[in-house]
Design a protein around this ligand. Sequence first.
Ligand SMILES: Cc1cc2nc3c(=O)[nH]c(=O)nc-3n(C[C@H](O)[C@H](O)[C@H](O)COP(=O)(O)OP(=O)(O)OC[C@H]3O[C@@H](n4cnc5c(N)ncnc54)[C@H](O)[C@@H]3O)c2cc1C
Length: 410
Amino acid sequence: MHDSYWIRTMPPWTDRPSGEGSLPYDVCVVGGGAMGASTAYWLTQLGRRPLVLERNDTPGQGASGRNGGFMVQGANPVHAEAVELYGHDEARSLYRMTQVNQELAEAVVQRENIHGAYTRATKVDLAFDEREEAYLRESVTPLRHEGVDAFWVPRSEVAEFLGTGVGSHISGGLVRRDQATLHSTRFVLGIADAARRHGATFVCKSPVIEIVPRNQGWRVVTETQVYDVPQVVVAVNAWAPELLPDLEPFLTLIRGHLLLTEATDLRLSPWSINDTATYGRQVPSGQLLVGGMRSAVSDADIGQKPRAGESGLDTRPAIVDALRRVLPDILPTTEGLGVDYAWAGVMDFTPDRLPLAGPYPGREGLWLMVGFSGHGMPYSLALPRALAEACVEPERSTLPTVLNPTRFLG
Ligand SMILES: Cc1cc2nc3c(=O)[nH]c(=O)nc-3n(C[C@H](O)[C@H](O)[C@H](O)COP(=O)(O)OP(=O)(O)OC[C@H]3O[C@@H](n4cnc5c(N)ncnc54)[C@H](O)[C@@H]3O)c2cc1C
Protein backbone atom coordinates (compact mmCIF):
# COMPACT_ATOMS: atom_id res chain seq x y z
CA MET A 1 0.00 0.00 0.00
CA HIS A 2 1.43 3.40 -1.05
CA ASP A 3 1.22 6.47 1.14
CA SER A 4 -0.35 9.52 -0.41
CA TYR A 5 1.53 12.60 -1.58
CA TRP A 6 -0.02 14.42 1.41
CA ILE A 7 1.24 11.86 3.91
CA ARG A 8 4.71 11.90 2.33
CA THR A 9 4.83 15.70 2.68
CA MET A 10 3.10 15.84 6.04
CA PRO A 11 4.15 18.42 8.63
CA PRO A 12 5.70 17.06 11.82
CA TRP A 13 3.41 15.96 14.64
CA THR A 14 4.66 15.10 18.11
CA ASP A 15 2.21 13.19 20.21
CA ARG A 16 1.90 14.59 23.71
CA PRO A 17 0.13 11.92 25.72
CA SER A 18 -2.44 13.05 28.27
CA GLY A 19 -2.46 12.03 31.90
CA GLU A 20 -3.89 8.74 33.06
CA GLY A 21 -7.48 7.57 32.85
CA SER A 22 -10.64 9.60 33.11
CA LEU A 23 -9.67 13.26 33.18
CA PRO A 24 -12.61 15.66 33.18
CA TYR A 25 -13.03 16.05 29.43
CA ASP A 26 -16.28 17.63 28.22
CA VAL A 27 -16.49 15.77 24.93
CA CYS A 28 -14.60 12.80 23.49
CA VAL A 29 -14.13 13.03 19.74
CA VAL A 30 -13.38 9.64 18.21
CA GLY A 31 -11.30 10.04 15.04
CA GLY A 32 -8.61 12.58 14.20
CA GLY A 33 -9.41 13.23 10.55
CA ALA A 34 -10.55 16.58 9.17
CA MET A 35 -13.91 16.26 10.94
CA GLY A 36 -12.62 15.17 14.33
CA ALA A 37 -9.77 17.71 14.40
CA SER A 38 -12.09 20.52 13.35
CA THR A 39 -14.78 19.56 15.90
CA ALA A 40 -12.11 19.65 18.61
CA TYR A 41 -10.96 23.04 17.37
CA TRP A 42 -14.46 24.55 17.56
CA LEU A 43 -15.11 22.99 20.96
CA THR A 44 -12.05 24.79 22.30
CA GLN A 45 -13.38 28.05 20.81
CA LEU A 46 -16.52 27.47 22.88
CA GLY A 47 -14.51 27.05 26.07
CA ARG A 48 -14.75 23.24 26.15
CA ARG A 49 -12.04 20.71 26.81
CA PRO A 50 -12.21 17.99 24.15
CA LEU A 51 -10.29 14.75 24.01
CA VAL A 52 -9.55 13.34 20.56
CA LEU A 53 -8.77 9.63 20.31
CA GLU A 54 -7.09 8.62 17.06
CA ARG A 55 -6.08 5.15 16.03
CA ASN A 56 -3.05 6.12 13.92
CA ASP A 57 0.18 7.66 15.19
CA THR A 58 -0.86 11.12 13.90
CA PRO A 59 -4.13 12.77 12.89
CA GLY A 60 -4.94 13.00 9.17
CA GLN A 61 -3.88 9.60 7.84
CA GLY A 62 -7.38 8.38 7.02
CA ALA A 63 -9.35 9.63 4.02
CA SER A 64 -8.50 13.23 4.95
CA GLY A 65 -4.83 12.54 4.20
CA ARG A 66 -5.43 10.43 1.08
CA ASN A 67 -7.89 12.56 -0.83
CA GLY A 68 -7.64 14.89 -3.81
CA GLY A 69 -7.62 17.99 -1.64
CA PHE A 70 -10.49 19.64 -3.51
CA MET A 71 -12.75 21.94 -1.53
CA VAL A 72 -15.61 22.03 -4.04
CA GLN A 73 -18.50 24.19 -2.94
CA GLY A 74 -22.01 22.84 -2.80
CA ALA A 75 -23.27 19.34 -2.03
CA ASN A 76 -21.87 16.23 -3.71
CA PRO A 77 -24.05 16.48 -6.86
CA VAL A 78 -23.67 19.53 -9.12
CA HIS A 79 -26.00 22.29 -7.89
CA ALA A 80 -28.93 21.81 -10.29
CA GLU A 81 -29.07 18.10 -9.40
CA ALA A 82 -28.80 18.94 -5.68
CA VAL A 83 -31.85 21.21 -6.05
CA GLU A 84 -33.74 18.37 -7.72
CA LEU A 85 -32.68 15.77 -5.13
CA TYR A 86 -32.90 17.69 -1.87
CA GLY A 87 -35.25 20.55 -2.65
CA HIS A 88 -34.51 24.17 -3.43
CA ASP A 89 -34.18 25.48 0.16
CA GLU A 90 -32.11 22.53 1.35
CA ALA A 91 -29.72 22.68 -1.61
CA ARG A 92 -29.37 26.42 -1.10
CA SER A 93 -28.66 26.06 2.60
CA LEU A 94 -26.05 23.37 1.89
CA TYR A 95 -24.43 25.57 -0.73
CA ARG A 96 -24.43 28.46 1.72
CA MET A 97 -22.86 26.23 4.37
CA THR A 98 -20.02 25.36 2.00
CA GLN A 99 -19.54 29.08 1.26
CA VAL A 100 -19.36 29.75 5.00
CA ASN A 101 -16.92 26.84 5.20
CA GLN A 102 -14.64 28.60 2.78
CA GLU A 103 -14.82 31.85 4.74
CA LEU A 104 -13.99 29.89 7.89
CA ALA A 105 -11.11 28.08 6.17
CA GLU A 106 -9.61 31.39 5.09
CA ALA A 107 -10.06 32.92 8.55
CA VAL A 108 -8.75 29.89 10.46
CA VAL A 109 -5.62 29.30 8.34
CA GLN A 110 -4.76 32.96 8.74
CA ARG A 111 -5.56 33.23 12.44
CA GLU A 112 -3.75 30.01 13.32
CA ASN A 113 -0.78 30.50 10.97
CA ILE A 114 -1.45 27.32 9.01
CA HIS A 115 0.83 27.83 6.03
CA GLY A 116 0.48 26.36 2.55
CA ALA A 117 -2.70 24.46 3.42
CA TYR A 118 -5.39 26.37 1.55
CA THR A 119 -5.44 27.99 -1.92
CA ARG A 120 -8.29 29.73 -3.73
CA ALA A 121 -8.86 28.22 -7.17
CA THR A 122 -10.93 28.43 -10.31
CA LYS A 123 -12.34 25.01 -11.15
CA VAL A 124 -13.49 23.76 -14.54
CA ASP A 125 -16.10 21.00 -14.77
CA LEU A 126 -15.57 19.51 -18.22
CA ALA A 127 -18.29 18.04 -20.44
CA PHE A 128 -17.55 15.33 -22.97
CA ASP A 129 -20.96 14.94 -24.60
CA GLU A 130 -24.19 16.85 -25.15
CA ARG A 131 -25.96 15.24 -22.21
CA GLU A 132 -23.16 16.15 -19.83
CA GLU A 133 -22.97 19.64 -21.26
CA ALA A 134 -26.72 20.13 -20.70
CA TYR A 135 -26.36 18.78 -17.15
CA LEU A 136 -23.56 21.23 -16.29
CA ARG A 137 -25.13 24.20 -18.07
CA GLU A 138 -28.28 23.69 -16.03
CA SER A 139 -26.33 24.71 -12.93
CA VAL A 140 -25.13 28.07 -14.26
CA THR A 141 -28.31 30.01 -13.50
CA PRO A 142 -28.98 28.55 -10.01
CA LEU A 143 -25.31 29.06 -9.12
CA ARG A 144 -25.41 32.68 -10.26
CA HIS A 145 -28.50 33.13 -8.08
CA GLU A 146 -26.33 32.08 -5.14
CA GLY A 147 -23.91 34.84 -6.08
CA VAL A 148 -21.37 32.38 -7.52
CA ASP A 149 -19.17 33.59 -10.36
CA ALA A 150 -20.11 30.65 -12.61
CA PHE A 151 -20.29 30.54 -16.39
CA TRP A 152 -20.07 28.17 -19.34
CA VAL A 153 -17.19 28.31 -21.84
CA PRO A 154 -16.91 26.42 -25.14
CA ARG A 155 -13.94 24.09 -25.77
CA SER A 156 -12.01 26.82 -27.61
CA GLU A 157 -11.95 28.95 -24.44
CA VAL A 158 -11.34 26.26 -21.82
CA ALA A 159 -7.54 26.70 -21.94
CA GLU A 160 -7.87 30.27 -20.69
CA PHE A 161 -9.28 28.98 -17.40
CA LEU A 162 -7.70 25.54 -17.19
CA GLY A 163 -4.17 26.43 -18.25
CA THR A 164 -4.03 24.02 -21.20
CA GLY A 165 -6.18 22.80 -24.08
CA VAL A 166 -8.51 19.81 -23.80
CA GLY A 167 -9.12 16.74 -25.97
CA SER A 168 -11.37 17.04 -29.02
CA HIS A 169 -14.14 15.04 -27.31
CA ILE A 170 -14.56 17.74 -24.63
CA SER A 171 -17.25 20.23 -25.63
CA GLY A 172 -16.59 22.89 -23.01
CA GLY A 173 -16.64 23.54 -19.30
CA LEU A 174 -18.51 25.04 -16.38
CA VAL A 175 -16.12 27.54 -14.81
CA ARG A 176 -16.49 28.38 -11.12
CA ARG A 177 -14.18 30.92 -9.63
CA ASP A 178 -15.15 30.35 -5.99
CA GLN A 179 -13.36 27.05 -5.39
CA ALA A 180 -10.33 26.07 -3.33
CA THR A 181 -7.71 23.36 -3.00
CA LEU A 182 -5.94 22.08 0.07
CA HIS A 183 -2.68 20.52 1.04
CA SER A 184 -4.65 17.90 2.89
CA THR A 185 -2.32 16.99 5.76
CA ARG A 186 -1.12 20.55 6.31
CA PHE A 187 -4.78 21.49 6.64
CA VAL A 188 -5.79 18.71 9.07
CA LEU A 189 -2.65 18.77 11.18
CA GLY A 190 -2.71 22.57 11.22
CA ILE A 191 -6.22 22.54 12.63
CA ALA A 192 -5.41 19.70 15.04
CA ASP A 193 -2.36 21.55 16.30
CA ALA A 194 -4.38 24.77 16.71
CA ALA A 195 -7.01 22.82 18.65
CA ARG A 196 -4.25 21.48 20.86
CA ARG A 197 -2.83 24.95 21.50
CA HIS A 198 -6.31 26.04 22.56
CA GLY A 199 -6.70 23.21 25.06
CA ALA A 200 -7.71 20.05 23.21
CA THR A 201 -5.93 16.80 24.02
CA PHE A 202 -5.06 14.42 21.19
CA VAL A 203 -4.18 10.86 22.08
CA CYS A 204 -2.91 8.99 19.03
CA LYS A 205 -2.20 5.25 18.68
CA SER A 206 -5.41 4.87 20.64
CA PRO A 207 -8.03 2.85 18.78
CA VAL A 208 -11.44 3.03 20.41
CA ILE A 209 -12.91 -0.43 20.73
CA GLU A 210 -16.21 0.33 22.42
CA ILE A 211 -18.54 3.20 23.26
CA VAL A 212 -21.01 2.23 25.98
CA PRO A 213 -23.77 4.24 27.70
CA ARG A 214 -23.48 4.98 31.42
CA ASN A 215 -26.09 6.39 33.80
CA GLN A 216 -25.01 9.83 32.73
CA GLY A 217 -22.85 10.11 29.68
CA TRP A 218 -20.68 7.58 27.92
CA ARG A 219 -17.75 5.29 28.52
CA VAL A 220 -15.19 5.25 25.72
CA VAL A 221 -12.93 2.22 25.86
CA THR A 222 -9.55 1.93 24.15
CA GLU A 223 -7.10 -0.96 24.36
CA THR A 224 -5.38 0.63 27.36
CA GLN A 225 -7.72 3.28 28.79
CA VAL A 226 -11.28 4.00 29.78
CA TYR A 227 -12.67 7.53 29.47
CA ASP A 228 -15.97 8.57 31.07
CA VAL A 229 -17.35 11.63 29.34
CA PRO A 230 -20.70 13.44 29.09
CA GLN A 231 -20.67 13.47 25.28
CA VAL A 232 -19.06 11.61 22.38
CA VAL A 233 -18.69 12.65 18.75
CA VAL A 234 -18.07 9.76 16.36
CA ALA A 235 -16.07 11.04 13.37
CA VAL A 236 -14.44 7.86 12.09
CA ASN A 237 -15.62 7.86 8.47
CA ALA A 238 -15.75 4.36 6.97
CA TRP A 239 -14.88 2.73 10.29
CA ALA A 240 -18.11 3.90 11.99
CA PRO A 241 -19.97 0.57 11.66
CA GLU A 242 -17.18 -1.13 13.67
CA LEU A 243 -18.23 1.00 16.65
CA LEU A 244 -21.91 1.50 15.80
CA PRO A 245 -23.12 -1.56 13.83
CA ASP A 246 -26.58 0.02 13.24
CA LEU A 247 -24.87 2.27 10.70
CA GLU A 248 -23.74 -0.61 8.48
CA PRO A 249 -26.77 -0.61 6.13
CA PHE A 250 -26.42 3.14 5.51
CA LEU A 251 -22.70 3.44 4.81
CA THR A 252 -21.38 1.96 1.58
CA LEU A 253 -17.60 1.80 1.49
CA ILE A 254 -16.05 2.77 -1.82
CA ARG A 255 -12.37 2.80 -2.73
CA GLY A 256 -11.01 5.95 -4.32
CA HIS A 257 -7.75 6.04 -6.33
CA LEU A 258 -5.32 8.84 -7.07
CA LEU A 259 -2.35 8.80 -9.42
CA LEU A 260 0.53 11.27 -9.31
CA THR A 261 2.60 12.16 -12.38
CA GLU A 262 6.06 13.65 -12.65
CA ALA A 263 6.31 17.43 -12.28
CA THR A 264 5.38 19.53 -15.30
CA ASP A 265 5.92 23.16 -16.32
CA LEU A 266 2.20 23.46 -17.07
CA ARG A 267 0.21 25.48 -14.52
CA LEU A 268 -3.24 23.94 -14.30
CA SER A 269 -6.47 24.76 -12.52
CA PRO A 270 -8.41 21.94 -10.90
CA TRP A 271 -10.85 20.15 -13.20
CA SER A 272 -13.32 17.31 -13.12
CA ILE A 273 -15.57 15.22 -15.32
CA ASN A 274 -18.73 14.49 -13.43
CA ASP A 275 -19.99 11.51 -15.37
CA THR A 276 -16.93 9.33 -14.90
CA ALA A 277 -16.15 10.89 -11.50
CA THR A 278 -12.68 11.74 -12.80
CA TYR A 279 -10.83 14.76 -11.55
CA GLY A 280 -7.39 16.33 -11.44
CA ARG A 281 -5.29 19.15 -10.12
CA GLN A 282 -1.71 20.18 -9.60
CA VAL A 283 0.08 19.77 -6.26
CA PRO A 284 2.69 22.20 -4.89
CA SER A 285 5.61 20.18 -6.32
CA GLY A 286 4.24 20.77 -9.85
CA GLN A 287 3.13 17.14 -10.19
CA LEU A 288 -0.37 16.39 -11.46
CA LEU A 289 -2.93 14.39 -9.54
CA VAL A 290 -5.63 12.47 -11.36
CA GLY A 291 -8.32 10.55 -9.53
CA GLY A 292 -11.50 8.59 -9.99
CA MET A 293 -12.12 6.23 -12.96
CA ARG A 294 -14.02 3.72 -10.86
CA SER A 295 -16.08 3.17 -14.00
CA ALA A 296 -13.10 1.18 -15.35
CA VAL A 297 -14.08 -1.85 -13.24
CA SER A 298 -17.42 -3.64 -13.34
CA ASP A 299 -18.01 -3.44 -9.56
CA ALA A 300 -17.18 0.31 -9.49
CA ASP A 301 -14.86 -0.51 -6.58
CA ILE A 302 -17.77 -0.65 -4.17
CA GLY A 303 -17.56 -2.55 -0.87
CA GLN A 304 -13.84 -2.18 -0.22
CA LYS A 305 -12.88 -2.29 3.42
CA PRO A 306 -9.33 -1.57 4.62
CA ARG A 307 -7.55 -4.41 6.40
CA ALA A 308 -7.74 -4.21 10.21
CA GLY A 309 -5.54 -1.41 11.50
CA GLU A 310 -4.93 0.11 8.05
CA SER A 311 -6.20 3.48 6.81
CA GLY A 312 -5.71 3.04 3.09
CA LEU A 313 -6.17 0.27 0.58
CA ASP A 314 -4.02 -1.43 -2.02
CA THR A 315 -4.38 0.02 -5.50
CA ARG A 316 -6.12 -1.91 -8.26
CA PRO A 317 -4.09 -2.21 -11.48
CA ALA A 318 -7.13 -1.80 -13.79
CA ILE A 319 -7.98 1.55 -12.24
CA VAL A 320 -4.40 2.78 -12.09
CA ASP A 321 -4.06 1.93 -15.80
CA ALA A 322 -7.33 3.72 -16.60
CA LEU A 323 -6.12 6.82 -14.74
CA ARG A 324 -2.81 6.70 -16.59
CA ARG A 325 -4.63 6.55 -19.94
CA VAL A 326 -7.34 9.10 -19.22
CA LEU A 327 -5.03 12.02 -18.43
CA PRO A 328 -3.57 12.62 -21.94
CA ASP A 329 -6.98 11.84 -23.36
CA ILE A 330 -8.46 14.80 -21.49
CA LEU A 331 -5.35 17.02 -21.44
CA PRO A 332 -3.30 16.16 -24.58
CA THR A 333 -0.35 18.33 -23.47
CA THR A 334 0.32 15.84 -20.66
CA GLU A 335 1.10 13.06 -23.18
CA GLY A 336 4.34 11.32 -22.24
CA LEU A 337 4.38 12.60 -18.67
CA GLY A 338 5.66 9.77 -16.48
CA VAL A 339 3.75 8.41 -13.52
CA ASP A 340 5.32 8.59 -10.10
CA TYR A 341 2.95 6.49 -7.98
CA ALA A 342 -0.70 5.87 -7.09
CA TRP A 343 -2.57 5.36 -3.84
CA ALA A 344 -6.06 4.52 -2.64
CA GLY A 345 -8.29 5.47 0.27
CA VAL A 346 -11.77 4.69 1.47
CA MET A 347 -14.94 6.77 1.24
CA ASP A 348 -18.21 6.23 3.10
CA PHE A 349 -21.27 6.88 0.93
CA THR A 350 -24.78 7.33 2.31
CA PRO A 351 -27.81 6.46 0.14
CA ASP A 352 -28.52 10.18 -0.53
CA ARG A 353 -24.83 11.26 -0.72
CA LEU A 354 -25.30 13.63 2.24
CA PRO A 355 -23.44 13.27 5.53
CA LEU A 356 -25.05 12.03 8.73
CA ALA A 357 -24.42 14.91 11.10
CA GLY A 358 -26.31 15.35 14.33
CA PRO A 359 -27.50 13.53 17.44
CA TYR A 360 -27.68 9.74 17.32
CA PRO A 361 -31.43 9.13 17.70
CA GLY A 362 -32.40 7.91 21.15
CA ARG A 363 -28.84 8.05 22.54
CA GLU A 364 -28.44 11.31 24.36
CA GLY A 365 -24.94 12.77 24.27
CA LEU A 366 -23.85 10.64 21.30
CA TRP A 367 -23.24 12.59 18.07
CA LEU A 368 -22.51 11.42 14.55
CA MET A 369 -20.47 13.06 11.84
CA VAL A 370 -19.88 10.47 9.14
CA GLY A 371 -20.98 9.56 5.61
CA PHE A 372 -19.32 12.37 3.68
CA SER A 373 -19.74 10.43 0.44
CA GLY A 374 -16.37 11.40 -1.04
CA HIS A 375 -17.07 15.08 -0.49
CA GLY A 376 -16.09 16.07 3.05
CA MET A 377 -13.74 19.02 2.69
CA PRO A 378 -16.39 21.60 1.71
CA TYR A 379 -18.02 20.93 5.11
CA SER A 380 -14.83 20.47 7.11
CA LEU A 381 -15.06 23.62 9.22
CA ALA A 382 -18.67 24.78 9.03
CA LEU A 383 -20.28 21.45 9.90
CA PRO A 384 -17.93 20.61 12.79
CA ARG A 385 -18.55 24.14 14.11
CA ALA A 386 -22.32 23.61 13.99
CA LEU A 387 -21.89 20.22 15.66
CA ALA A 388 -19.65 21.65 18.39
CA GLU A 389 -22.23 24.38 19.02
CA ALA A 390 -24.99 21.77 19.20
CA CYS A 391 -22.97 19.77 21.77
CA VAL A 392 -22.76 22.90 23.91
CA GLU A 393 -26.31 24.20 23.37
CA PRO A 394 -28.44 21.47 21.77
CA GLU A 395 -31.60 23.57 21.90
CA ARG A 396 -29.95 26.19 19.65
CA SER A 397 -28.59 23.73 17.11
CA THR A 398 -28.10 25.10 13.60
CA LEU A 399 -27.24 21.70 12.13
CA PRO A 400 -29.14 21.38 8.82
CA THR A 401 -32.15 19.10 9.31
CA VAL A 402 -31.48 17.55 5.89
CA LEU A 403 -28.33 16.01 7.44
CA ASN A 404 -30.06 14.68 10.56
CA PRO A 405 -29.27 10.99 11.14
CA THR A 406 -32.97 10.34 11.87
CA ARG A 407 -33.55 10.14 8.11
CA PHE A 408 -31.99 6.67 8.21
CA LEU A 409 -31.76 5.75 11.88
CA GLY A 410 -35.16 7.22 12.88
C1 LIG B 1 -9.18 8.85 -2.78
C2 LIG B 1 -10.08 9.86 -2.14
C3 LIG B 1 -10.21 11.11 -2.72
C4 LIG B 1 -11.04 12.06 -2.12
N1 LIG B 1 -11.06 13.33 -2.64
C5 LIG B 1 -11.78 14.29 -2.02
C6 LIG B 1 -11.69 15.63 -2.45
O1 LIG B 1 -10.92 15.96 -3.33
N2 LIG B 1 -12.48 16.55 -1.84
C7 LIG B 1 -13.33 16.19 -0.82
O2 LIG B 1 -14.08 17.04 -0.33
N3 LIG B 1 -13.36 14.94 -0.34
C8 LIG B 1 -12.60 13.99 -0.89
N4 LIG B 1 -12.60 12.73 -0.39
C9 LIG B 1 -13.40 12.45 0.81
C10 LIG B 1 -12.78 13.11 2.03
O3 LIG B 1 -11.43 12.76 2.11
C11 LIG B 1 -13.57 12.66 3.28
O4 LIG B 1 -14.92 13.02 3.12
C12 LIG B 1 -13.04 13.28 4.54
O5 LIG B 1 -11.65 13.10 4.64
C13 LIG B 1 -13.74 12.68 5.74
O6 LIG B 1 -13.09 13.15 6.90
P1 LIG B 1 -13.22 12.32 8.22
O7 LIG B 1 -12.51 13.05 9.28
O8 LIG B 1 -14.66 11.99 8.43
O9 LIG B 1 -12.54 10.91 7.87
P2 LIG B 1 -11.03 10.40 8.01
O10 LIG B 1 -10.07 11.37 7.53
O11 LIG B 1 -10.99 9.04 7.41
O12 LIG B 1 -10.84 10.34 9.57
C14 LIG B 1 -11.37 9.30 10.36
C15 LIG B 1 -10.31 9.01 11.39
O13 LIG B 1 -10.84 8.11 12.34
C16 LIG B 1 -9.79 7.24 12.74
N5 LIG B 1 -10.42 6.05 13.31
C17 LIG B 1 -11.11 5.09 12.68
N6 LIG B 1 -11.56 4.18 13.56
C18 LIG B 1 -11.12 4.58 14.77
C19 LIG B 1 -11.26 4.05 16.08
N7 LIG B 1 -11.95 2.92 16.31
N8 LIG B 1 -10.68 4.70 17.11
C20 LIG B 1 -9.98 5.86 16.90
N9 LIG B 1 -9.81 6.39 15.66
C21 LIG B 1 -10.39 5.76 14.63
C22 LIG B 1 -9.03 6.98 11.46
O14 LIG B 1 -7.73 6.52 11.72
C23 LIG B 1 -9.06 8.36 10.81
O15 LIG B 1 -7.95 9.13 11.15
C24 LIG B 1 -11.78 11.74 -0.94
C25 LIG B 1 -11.62 10.50 -0.35
C26 LIG B 1 -10.78 9.56 -0.93
C27 LIG B 1 -10.60 8.23 -0.26
